[in-house]
Design a protein. Structure first.
Length: 123
């Protein structure tokens, strides 16, 4: 699918705290933990659990969430299809970063090993 400007705007204006509980439910239902979810989100954004809770409490949008984030240098290694969109073909930075997050949560829920999810490079 092709990402439209309307789609980009809708993603940017979503409230992070409105879908975060769905991430928790998804990973816990599949046998993973909220702590593992936080580890994945911290790897991607630099936000620890306390900062994530503050952002949820402040009702920040996805756009503001990623403006404040310090994206991991290996985030560009996240590839594939999520929600029908090929991540590496998404031009809008905010939408691409949101799909990075979705992809990592999907991988965690599917039982992928943490070192693979966190794109640990072999030496």
């Amino acid at each position: 699918m092709k990402v439209t400007p309307k789609h980009n705007e809708r993603v940017a204006k979503m409230i992070f705290g409105s879908f975060y509980p769905h991430y928790v439910t998804k990973v816990v239902k599949k046998g993973r933990t909220e702590e593992e979810l936080h580890q994945v989100l911290e790897w991607l954004t630099g936000f620890d659990s306390q900062k994530l809770q503050q952002l949820i409490d402040d009702r920040v949008t996805v756009e503001d969430f990623f403006k404040e984030a310090k994206l991991h240098p290996n985030a560009h290694m996240i590839k594939g299809v999520v929600c029908g969109y090929r991540i590496e073909e998404i031009d809008n930075a905010t939408t691409r970063q949101a799909r990075y997050m979705d992809k990592l949560v999907d991988e965690l829920a599917k039982g992928r090993k943490m070192e693979k999810i966190l794109r640990v490079e072999k030496k």
